[in-house]
Design a protein around this ligand. Structure first.
Ligand code: ADP
Ligand code: MG
Length: 316
């Protein structure tokens, strides 16, 4: 399968600390790839690097990011601007914050096409319909304050998709929404991947969301990928203690393995606290001296899976 997005060995640093360290992942057309992990694990910065929208404090130390084979680091700023909205788009957690309060729904979406609304009105109406907004002819002239949170999120999705990008980065797109609307938005993303072949990177801290829509998942911990693989296999038998912790935290899934790993106290270490070994060692019930000393590489374990744990065989 041809890869729409291929990130290889991406490392990002803030004041010398590697907050994203050697991350590699790829997404094919029509595939939903989830990046999951607790807050502060480097998920959003990874997505910002793909869009080439890193905050000024963040430096890319290493790695390559290819969009349909083209290394985006080699492009000029003007060329990257041309890709945003057309080849790759991003949606965020707070739809209201991303929408201009003075702009109507239609004007906002037309801006993605760099066109005045009157020239693309029919196309915008079709897009509103496609993202499940009822009565598009009325909604198109409304302002964000007249819409619910779920509807604002649909407007943001419409605006991200109207340029027909091959890649959609969705950063916690449903976190601010109630459960019913969350399910509808996830269904919509799933449908986009299937019907349009859009490659989707879905960032979330919620394994329940991963279970609902992802094909594959990369579990991130403190800037590194802990484990990656097809969702079904990884849920049936996690091969990294951190994955097991995240699975145990899903209240509505009862059929995942829950063991001594069910409750692991502690928090994600800050960049100043990174030791030389595995960054999860301080919270891990399987830690042995080697884990504190030597970082485990992300190693293939078969069936498209890989884990960065010295002791994964103890989890079998
Ligand atoms: N603009 C910024 N300036 C300084 N530090 C940042 C900035 N953005 C993110 N960080 C730090 O980088 C790390 C990764 O952040 P982020 O990618 O936002 O994590 P996540 O999305 O997984 O919650 C965190 O330790 C965070 O505090
Ligand atoms: Mg984030």
């Amino acid at each position: 399968m041809s890869q729409v997005l291929a990130i290889e060995n991406l490392s990002l640093s803030i004041a010398g600390a590697r907050v994203v360290d050697g991350v590699s992942l790829s997404v094919a057309a029509g595939e939903v790839m989830a990046i999951v992990g607790e807050s502060g694990c480097g998920k959003s910065l990874t997505a910002a690097a793909v869009m080439r929208l890193l905050p000024p404090a963040v430096r890319q130390e290493a790695g390559s990011i290819r969009l349909a084979g083209v290394d985006i680091a080699r492009l000029r700023e003007s060329e990257v601007r041309g890709l945003r909205g057309r080849r790759m788009s991003m949606i965020f957690q707070e739809p209201q914050a991303a929408l201009d309060p003075l702009s109507t729904v239609g004007t906002h979406i037309a801006q993605s096409l760099r066109q005045p609304l009157h020239r693309v009105r029919a196309e915008v109406l079709r897009m509103l319909d496609e993202v499940g907004i009822s009565d598009p002819a009325r909604r198109i002239d409304q302002h964000p304050f007249e819409l619910s949170g779920g509807m604002c999120q649909r407007v943001m999705i419409a605006s991200a998709l109207i340029g027909r990008p091959e890649l959609l980065l969705a950063d916690e797109p449903t976190t601010a929404l109630d459960v019913t609307i969350q399910a509808q938005i996830l269904d919509l993303l799933r449908k986009l991947a299937r019907e349009r072949g859009t490659a989707i990177v879905l960032i979330t801290h919620d394994m329940g969301v991963v279970a609902d829509i992802a094909d594959r998942v990369a579990v991130m911990y403190a800037g590194r990928i802990a484990e990656t693989g097809p969702v079904d296999a990884l849920f049936a038998a996690p091969r990294h203690p951190y994955t097991a912790l995240l699975l145990a935290s899903i209240p509505r899934l009862t059929d995942v393995p829950k063991s001594v790993l069910a409750v692991i106290p502690g928090r994600v270490p800050g960049a100043a606290e990174f030791g030389p070994g595995c960054r999860f060692a301080g919270r891990c019930p399987l830690t042995e001296p080697r884990c504190e000393a030597e970082p485990p590489p992300l190693a293939p374990i078969g069936d498209g899976r890989a884990t960065a744990c010295w002791r994964w065989e103890q989890m079998v």
